[in-house]
Write a protein that binds this ligand. Structure first.
Ligand SMILES: N=c1c2ncn([C@@H]3O[C@H](COP(=O)(O)OP(=O)(O)OP(=O)(O)O)[C@@H](O)[C@H]3O)c2ncn1[C@@H]1O[C@H](COP(=O)(O)O)[C@@H](O)[C@H]1O
Length: 94
């Protein structure tokens, strides 16, 4: 799991730097309202996650959780933060 998150974050950072035209991630960095789009997605997906949990729909829970994690990592990158910021906070709570 650690590697998966690190690999995904590295791809996001790469898209931010290279801005390929066909990249959804790059579009979030280039669009004027990209940050708002990410925040809206996080809100929508969190609601969808709650509904999936209420329905005991494991497949849907995993799907929505993955959407949330992806958009959360994009948000961290937009803010100039990285996985270490998240890990540092989690570590401080142990
Ligand atoms: N993990 C993701 C990821 N999760 C979601 N999305 C995109 O986020 C957008 C919104 O997701 P949603 O599920 O909300 O969209 P939706 O299908 O309309 O679903 P609902 O709104 O109906 O729930 C869609 O275009 C998804 O393709 C993602 N796009 C990219 N990634 C990762 O980022 C990498 C780079 O992707 P590109 O930047 O597109 O090259 C990919 O290889 C993936 O690993």
């Amino acid at each position: 799991m650690d590697d998966t998150l690190e690999d995904l974050f590295a791809v996001i950072e790469d898209r931010k730097e290279t801005l390929p035209e066909d990249s959804y991630t790059a579009s979030l960095f280039t669009h004027e309202k990209g940050e708002n789009a990410v925040l809206e997605k996080l809100g929508e997906e969190t609601t969808e996650l709650v509904l999936a949990a209420k329905d005991d729909d494991d497949e849907e829970i995993a799907y929505e959780a993955a959407d949330i994690v992806y958009h959360l990592l994009v948000l961290l990158s937009m803010k100039g933060m990285d996985l270490e910021d998240l890990e540092g906070e989690l570590e401080s709570r142990r």
